[in-house]
Write a protein that binds this ligand. Structure first.
Ligand SMILES: Cc1cc2nc3c(=O)[nH]c(=O)nc-3n(C[C@H](O)[C@H](O)[C@H](O)COP(=O)(O)OP(=O)(O)OC[C@H]3O[C@@H](n4cnc5c(N)ncnc54)[C@H](O)[C@@H]3O)c2cc1C
Length: 405
């Protein structure tokens, strides 16, 4: 095996790793920096982010949007310097123009995720950062003055080692791995999937597959509302999906006995919903119960609500009692689905869990136990809500570590 020495080696050529390598190269002109990436190309996952548009940051990103033990403290320190403005300024400097939507989600001006990857790759090349692809790093040794990494057909000695291997969910929904970190005895939180569809019990969803509805949703556990969101719910076979559901998935995937309550007319009070249904019963007095949902919801949503209320879709409107209508109207703004925790990473956008934040210096991302070893991005026990928060953290942590190595 051939041997070579570099100043810094970055394991993982994803969002965090590429940004870190670039900053390290900008700060250490003339020093050798290498990225070791197991896939055949760097930044593959970036291409599929934001449905191919790459939602690379969020203007409102702050501590409240991140989860994991100690995440609020870490974000407050990190974003005091590497906030969304700083990340976007950095991208602007390296050639990427960005634009934000009305919600504050930031995308490349080109609307192409490839633009984000391309500017990073081009600037890495300008700075002579070496990229070794197909290097699935499985072994790292601590040696005097640094680290020894076994990569493909060579042994690389690095003074500084940055681990940016991401979480367990990779771009193809396959399980990826942060096993290299295990060698260092760092405390870690068991990984669980987050920003995923939420599985629900029963077969009601089968008839709703493919339907979308704008709603407000709440996750309920032990009778308490854990979190509420508003947005578009997507009904799929056996699971609820959509950004608002993704934001409930972290908790729902970790706890059994949860329910999701969907409110289909959140702008109306319970009395107003009842009045609206009563008006519709009168409007359709010659018709059947399922007719009252025409012009309000998708036909199959109406049918599923009637089934949930234990009524018959073919019942004559004139036969529906006030009590029955009350039961039906109750489900419209409190339609309950029992959730099922999931452990697989299929369709999950991020991993909750990873190396504990207490293992790293919050100002530099260097591990407290091993001088010269840095951990950044999703490999850490921190995950954000849906909307650009995760890439904002990946880039910000990459910038911070890159400025300190
Ligand atoms: C479909 C999808 C859409 C998403 N959309 C968005 C979005 O729009 N906005 C947003 O903020 N977030 C989004 N995310 C989440 C976001 O992509 C991640 O949070 C972010 O990429 C994490 O960056 P990272 O660099 O830490 O890890 P990654 O981007 O996962 O990079 C890790 C890299 O390390 C490599 N690697 C792993 N193990 C090894 C090893 N042993 N040796 C060598 N290399 C290794 C991997 O191949 C990978 O290239 C999305 C995720 C998915 C899956």
């Amino acid at each position: 095996m051939k041997r070579r020495s570099v100043y810094a080696a970055v394991i993982g050529g994803g969002a965090a790793g590429m940004m870190c390598a670039l900053r390290a190269a900008e700060n250490n002109i003339g020093q050798r920096i290498v990225i070791l990436e197991k896939a055949d190309r760097v930044g593959k996952k970036l291409l599929v982010t934001g449905n191919g548009r790459c939602n690379l940051s969020h203007l409102g990103a702050g501590a409240d949007s991140y989860h994991g033990e100690g995440s609020k403290e870490l974000i407050n320190i990190l974003f005091s310097k590497y906030n969304p403005d700083a990340v976007l300024h950095c991208f602007n400097r390296i050639g990427l123009l960005t634009t934000a939507d009305s919600e504050g989600r930031v995308y490349p001006r080109s609307n192409l995720a490839a633009s984000v990857l391309d500017v990073l790759r081009m600037r890495l090349k300008d700075h002579d950062v070496d990229t070794v692809c197909g290097a699935d790093i499985r072994e790292i040794r601590k040696v005097r003055g640094g680290f020894e990494v076994i990569a493909q057909d060579e042994i690389i000695t690095a003074e500084k080692l940055i681990v940016a291997v991401g979480g367990k969910a990779d771009y193809a929904g396959r399980e990826s791995g942060a096993s290299v970190i295990n060698d260092f005895g760092l405390a870690a939180v068991k990984p669980t999937p987050s920003l995923s569809p939420v599985k629900v019990e029963g077969d009601l969803l089968r008839s709703l597959k493919g339907i979308r509805a704008s709603a407000s949703v709440s996750l309920i556990h032990n009778g308490e509302v854990v979190k509420s969101e508003r947005g578009e719910v997507q009904f799929t076979d056996g699971a609820l999906s959509g950004i608002c559901i993704f934001n409930l998935s972290r908790y729902a995937n970790r706890h059994s006995g949860c329910e999701i309550a969907i409110s289909l007319l959140p702008e109306m009070s319970d009395d107003e919903v009842f009045d609206e249904l009563s008006r519709r019963i009168k409007l359709n007095r010659g018709g059947i119960l399922s007719d009252i949902f025409v012009g309000l919801f998708h036909k199959n949503i109406g049918l599923a609500l009637i089934k949930t209320a234990g009524l018959k879709p073919s019942a004559s409107c004139s036969d529906i009692s006030t009590e029955e209508l009350k039961t039906l109207s109750k489900h419209i703004n409190n339609w309950r689905f029992k959730t099922v925790p999931r452990h697989d990473f299929k369709n999950a956008q991020v991993t909750a869990g990873g190396v504990r934040l207490s293992e790293i210096n919050h100002h530099t991302f260097e591990t407290k136990r091993h001088k010269g070893l840095y951990i950044i991005g999703e490999a850490l026990d921190i995950d954000g809500d849906c909307g650009g928060y995760n890439l904002q953290f990946a880039f910000a942590s990459g910038m911070c570590a890159g400025d300190h190595v």
